[in-house]
Design a protein around this ligand. Structure first.
Ligand code: THU
Length: 136
C-alpha cells in the first residue's frame, strides 16, 4: 500500500500529538488492518525515561485494544520529522513480528518526502518465539 494523501495529512497532524519533550523526536504511526480500519499512535515520553513508549507500540496497543490479538495489520505507516526515513527500533520489530507478521512497514521522512518500505520479515528475521525448536 502506498502512502495516500489522506494518510500523509493525518500523520502530519498526529506528529503534533507526540509527547517527546526529552528527545524532541516526534513519531506518528497509523496501522491499517485487512478491512481498512485505522489505529493510531504517537510516542509518549516520561521523566522516568524507560516508562516512555514508542509510537509503534502505542498504535499496536490501540489495535489490540480494539480488536484483540486477532488483529491483522496490513500496513504500518510511520512518520518522522526527519531528513531520512527511520525504521522501527528493535523492540518494536519484535512486537511487529508477533502482532503484524504479514504487514508492510512504510516509513516517511516528512522533511524530505523520502519513503522507505520493508516487510516485517525483512526487518526482523529469526524473531524470538517460544515455538522455536531448541534442537536446531
Ligand atoms: N521512537 C519511536 O516512537 N519509534 C521507534 O521505532 C524508535 C524511537 C521514539 C521513542 C522516543 O520517544 C523517541 O522516538 C527517541 O528515541
Amino acid at each position: 500500500m502506498s502512502l495516500p494523501d489522506a494518510v500523509r495529512s493525518e500523520l502530519r497532524a498526529l506528529l503534533t500529538h507526540a509527547r517527546c519533550p526529552y528527545s524532541r523526536f516526534p513519531v506518528a504511526v497509523i496501522i491499517r488492518d485487512s478491512v481498512g480500519t485505522l489505529f493510531r499512535g504517537v510516542n509518549v515520553e516520561s521523566a522516568a525515561f524507560p516508562s516512555g513508549f514508542c509510537a509503534e507500540k502505542a498504535a499496536l496497543g490501540a489495535a489490540v485494544t480494539a480488536l484483540g490479538s486477532g488483529v491483522a495489520p496490513e500496513t504500518v505507516w510511520i512518520a518522522t520529522d526527519t531528513r531520512v526515513a527511520t525504521p522501527p527500533c528493535g523492540s518494536c520489530r519484535q512486537l511487529l513480528s508477533e502482532l503484524a507478521p504479514d504487514a508492510e512497514v512504510v516509513s516517511w521522512a516528512v522533511e524530505t518526502d523520502v519513503v522507505r518500505r520493508w516487510t516485517v520479515a525483512e526487518l526482523m528475521p529469526d524473531a524470538f518465539d517460544f515455538e522455536v525448536d531448541s534442537s536446531e
